[in-house]
Ligand binder design. Structure first.
Ligand code: KIV
Length: 254
């Protein structure tokens, strides 16, 4: 049975939700065969696969290309696609059009970065039939303002703002929230306060689920990983070894 947003929501009181990013059909199929609940076609595709320094260079066209590829895997898992940089504070019609294209490319929902200021737009999208996954805490699309990645919610003011964001986004109709790099105690409080699931990344173990970038958890990267990431494989090493063995076989005409 295809996972829908209601199934994701019902997991909150049952067991942690397991989510990862995918950007192509093969990885989507492999993640689906591993019974991952939610597959995010993240704009992290820009930094993970496309060689960009930040997610800011990722365009709607790129997101549509990767979302279509993932949707062709016909997964049981819920597919969510990121609204890329620059859309969330645009005219509503422009945002709606971008979300419509992502849904028509095969996503079941759209993830939008931002807290309380974006809530009225999210409410209009949800009312228009676009399921939305919220994203609070560290917002990678704000990197130009932030300067560097850091933990959120360490001060009382920031903790309160995060709680307010979570409440407002829940009221706006988000079916779940991602909490990126939120202090563990604040993430725990938000998870206890909200009825919708809080899926954490670098936000401690008390969230209602976890998400990691697939290449990071698989060790399939040439980059230094954030300190909170646990790699469950070292696929980069396997790839290098396989290429070296292939080269040897070619040279030795085997
Ligand atoms: O784009 C992405 O991969 C994300 C995750 C880090 C949650 O937003």
């Amino acid at each position: 049975m295809k996972t829908n947003i209601q199934i994701i929501q019902s997991l909150k009181s049952v067991r942690p939700i397991v989510a990862t990013t995918v950007y192509d059909s093969v990885m989507a199929q492999l993640a689906d065969q591993s019974d991952i609940d939610l597959l995010l076609v993240g704009d992290s595709v820009g930094t993970t696969l496309l060689g960009f320094e930040t997610t800011i260079n990722v365009t709607l066209e790129m997101m549509l290309h990767h979302t279509s590829a993932v949707s062709r895997a016909q997964t049981k898992a819920l597919i969510v696609s990121d609204l890329p940089y620059g859309y969330s504070h645009d005219a509503f019609e422009h945002i709606f059009e971008a979300c419509r294209k992502l849904i028509q490319a095969g996503a079941s929902a759209v993830k939008i970065e931002g807290g309380s200021p974006i809530a009225p737009t999210i409410k209009r999208l949800v009312d228009s039939g676009i399921p939305v996954l919220g994203h609070i805490g560290l917002l990678p699309q704000q990197i130009k303002n932030l300067g560097k990645y850091r933990k959120f919610g360490k001060t009382e003011a920031e903790a309160e703002a995060l709680m307010q964001d979570a409440n407002t986004l829940e009221d706006a109709g988000c079916f779940a929230l991602i909490a990126e790099m939120v202090s563990e105690t604040v993430a725990k409080e938000i998870s206890e306060m909200t009825k919708i699931p809080l899926i954490g990344i670098g936000s401690g173990v008390h969230c209602d689920g976890q998400i990691l970038v697939s290449n990071d958890l698989l060790g399939l990267t040439t980059k230094t990983l954030p300190s909170f990431v646990h790699s469950f494989s070292n696929l980069s090493q396997n790839v290098i070894q396989s290429f070296q063995e292939y080269k040897k076989a070619v040279i030795e005409r085997k």
